[in-house]
Design a protein. Structure first.
Length: 487
């Protein structure tokens, strides 16, 4: 073959590849930019959810309603104002994220509604109810639900009932709480627990659980019903002068005081007089969410858990239980929560995985998914930016991820905030790599972030706003190319 024939062949092959990538991207992103038509006569259940709670609750309401009504369930990101204006009955199930802000799949809709109010949009045909999910530890408790409720009323919609607020801090998770109370959950078993950073004052553990028929995808979350330690239960019984062997019936089930207290909030003050009334007034403990660190094909559900110490020196309820109190072989009551916002689509484009601390869990799961030999099409490259505290004590990445074993081009940047020579956070690394980030986005790349919202999640978001601008970041959110699992 002559030189010019070789050149021509290379050109033709490149063209074919570009067309193939173009078709894949077009097929993937076009549906996200065009809203599906929604049957106007249906009962609309619209949700906005960052980590899946509001979505799961919306689905439960839909399952309950669907025998009598034609029901449409949709995220707010798929709902147009035109459809809403022609809808007569709707239920909104929305959580709050950030500092009183909408979740990512409610943000664009909320901005459109805010603008529409100024342009006198009429929602007079609409009667709605709203369930707002939030957590009263936050300053703006159910802040997004409140704002959305007001905006809908300003547009002329009629509220059929007052805003219902569900407080995660009080264990109020709507219908899904019922299944924990009645035991309708996955019972997993603790198989193994290893501290990854043996010399660190901030212990980080890898925890392996097993469970029959448990299935999940990278990006999913495990909601765990934590248990009180035996010492805390004994202390509570003693201080309330109640015998742990006291037997009683509650909702047709036989209990002993000790067993009942396993999953109850022990610090709840009570005015009840009889021991049974005091016991049954205690609410169920609030569930804790952990990003699953493995993929189903590994046959082990792994978590990466930071052991938290409270100001009084005691270990955090769930992290203390998982990393210290619970014995191997013990059952763990938990539910796998599907989190489609973090099911990263498989596309032949670059993938940037960003995480810090226990956010390593999400990175590990995504990496396991994208480095599987059978995956197709492959990301053109995987870039991993991981942050921890001390390079001496917390350099744990390679213990949980085999970065040399990926079938695609891989780049790893590790940064340490307590590095004496060069202290840096992941957001600093992003700012330093601004041109490469722009390039990655230009090539259709996707970004996944996992770890604490305060500090890391906010810092990464601000860095992306600084590098790409607000419109581009919103565009990434709308196209579901920016996946946030920050907690
Ligand atoms: C990063 C982050 C920020 C949050 N900010 C608020 C807030 O400002 N106000 C509030 O009431 N709840 C806040 N929450 C609590 C969530 O709304 C609550 O956990 C809810 O159940 C999450 O539902 P979702 O999984 O549908 O997003 C926040 C949760 C996270 C993880």
């Amino acid at each position: 073959m002559t030189e010019s024939q070789r050149l021509l062949l290379a050109l033709v092959l490149t063209l074919i590849y570009m067309v193939w990538v173009g078709v894949l991207l077009w097929r993937h992103y076009l549906p996200k930019l065009t809203k599906k038509p929604i049957n106007q006569g249906s009962f609309l259940i619209a949700y906005a959810s960052q980590s899946g709670n509001a979505r799961a609750l919306a689905q439960q309401y839909a399952d309950e309603k669907s025998p009598q009504h034609s029901v449409v369930v949709t995220p707010l990101s798929e709902l147009s104002l035109r459809h809403l204006a022609n809808t007569q009955r709707a239920l909104f199930v929305v959580s709050t994220y950030g500092h009183g802000e909408p979740p990512d799949n409610g943000r664009a809709f909320f901005m459109k509604l805010q603008n529409a109010v100024k342009q006198t949009l009429s929602l007079q045909a609409l009667t709605f109810d709203m369930v707002a999910l939030g957590d009263s530890h936050y300053t703006h408790f159910c802040g997004f639900g409140e704002k959305l409720f007001q905006l809908l009323e300003q547009c002329g919609a009629t509220a059929a009932s007052a805003l219902t607020r569900l407080d995660h801090a009080k264990g109020e998770t709507g219908k899904s709480a019922v299944s924990f109370a009645t035991g309708n959950t996955n019972t997993l078993v603790l198989e193994d627990r290893q501290q990854l950073n043996k010399m660190s004052p901030n212990p980080l553990f890898e925890i392996a659980l097993s469970g029959h028929n448990a299935t999940w995808e990278a990006g999913d979350i495990l909601d765990i019903l934590p248990a009180n330690s035996e010492q805390d239960i004994a202390y509570w019984l003693n201080s309330h002068n109640i015998n742990g062997d006291l037997e009683f019936d509650y909702q047709d089930q036989a209990w002993t005081a000790k067993r009942w207290l396993t999953h109850r909030q022990l610090n709840t003050p009570s005015t009840a007089s009889s021991p049974v009334a005091i016991l049954t007034a205690l609410p169920l403990v609030a569930t804790r969410s952990y990003t699953i660190a493995s993929i189903c094909e590994e046959n082990s559900l792994k978590l990466i858990v930071r052991q938290h110490k409270q100001d009084n020196g005691k270990l955090g309820l769930c992290s203390g239980w998982l990393t210290h109190h619970v014995h191997c072989g013990s059952p763990i009551r938990a539910k796998i929560k599907h989190n489609p916002a973090c099911h990263i689509p498989i596309l032949p484009t670059p993938l940037l995985l960003i995480g810090a601390g226990s956010g390593l869990a999400g990175i590990r799961a995504q990496f396991a998914k994208f480095s599987q030999s059978t995956i197709s099409p492959r990301p053109t490259s995987i870039w991993l930016i991981f942050g921890e505290r001390s390079p001496n004590n917390d350099d744990v990445l390679e213990q949980v991820i085999d970065v040399n074993h990926a079938a695609t081009a891989i780049r790893v940047d590790k940064v340490f905030s307590r590095c004496p020579k060069q202290p840096r956070y992941v957001q600093d690394k992003l700012m330093q790599s601004a041109e490469e980030i722009k390039n990655l986005v230009l090539k259709g790349g996707q970004i996944y972030v996992c770890g604490s919202y305060e500090g890391m999640g906010e810092g990464v978001h601000q860095a992306l706003l600084d590098i790409l601008g607000e419109a581009q970041v919103q565009h990434l959110i709308d196209q579901q190319r920016y996946h946030r699992d920050t907690y």
